[in-house]
Design a protein around this ligand. Structure first.
Ligand code: G3P
Length: 217
């Protein structure tokens, strides 16, 4: 399973990328808005840090197929690593189908059912993004969604990659790894949680104390 980072914060991307475990980035309009910079500025900075797939989403106000296509072509032209993130709608699917024939990479987002994922893959999406946390938030089972998509894609040998998104905690990441999800896109805070364990910290402290005792004897 590959790890992507789910943020538009350039400092967090740098810190995570330096760990050597991140192979891509996903952003969305809310994450870009949080940074208070414009889309192109943020995306250009990210492309200079990360050498891997970078998802940049079309404007939240773009909904007609023709407009999605125009914007997607512009996003894709920013850098060869760009993946155009498009919400799961009828017009979005139409656009994905045309873009895939043009060789433009797409990530269909806001996936909440396994069949939405299958439809996105059928239209030619390179990536599908099921949202775990937002389903859990409404007392649904986000992990079941991802595991159903993994099973269906395996049955039909589907090449579209599954990016588990809306990750809220380390358990989401563990469960994704266990079921063979292709990619998990993780906020920086959760990446830090994944690294830490109280027994690791305790062990380091004990080794340090014992070492200092031994050199002082
Ligand atoms: O990038 C899409 C997704 O990961 C958003 O997560 O936490 O806003 O549900 P969240």
């Amino acid at each position: 399973m590959k790890f992507f980072i789910d943020t538009a914060n350039v400092d967090d991307i740098k810190k995570a990328y330096d760990l050597g475990v991140i192979s891509g980035v996903t952003t969305n309009p809310s994450l870009i808005a949080k940074e208070g910079k414009n889309f192109n500025e943020v995306i250009n900075q990210i492309t200079s840090i990360v050498n891997g797939p970078i998802s940049g989403e079309i404007k939240a106000t773009t909904d007609k197929t023709e407009d999605i296509l125009n914007e997607a072509r512009k996003i894709s032209a920013i850098h060869p690593n760009m993946v155009v993130k498009i919400p799961m709608t009828k017009n979005g699917l139409k656009a994905v189908s045309i873009l895939s024939k043009e060789g433009i990479k797409t990530n269909v987002t806001l996936i909440f059912t396994p069949i939405q994922a299958l439809l996105a893959a059928s239209a030619g999406a390179n990536y599908v993004s099921p949202f775990i946390g937002r389903l859990d938030d409404i007392s649904n089972n986000g992990m079941k969604l991802v595991s159903d998509i993994v099973s269906i894609f395996n049955v039909y040998n589907i090449n579209s990659k599954i990016i588990a998104a809306s990750i809220r905690n380390p358990i989401h990441v563990l469960e994704c790894a266990k079921i063979g999800c292709d990619i998990v896109t993780v906020p920086y805070k959760v990446i830090c949680q994944l690294i830490k364990h109280p027994l690791t910290d305790e062990g380091i402290k004990k080794f340090k104390d014992d070492y200092l005792k031994s050199i002082n004897n």
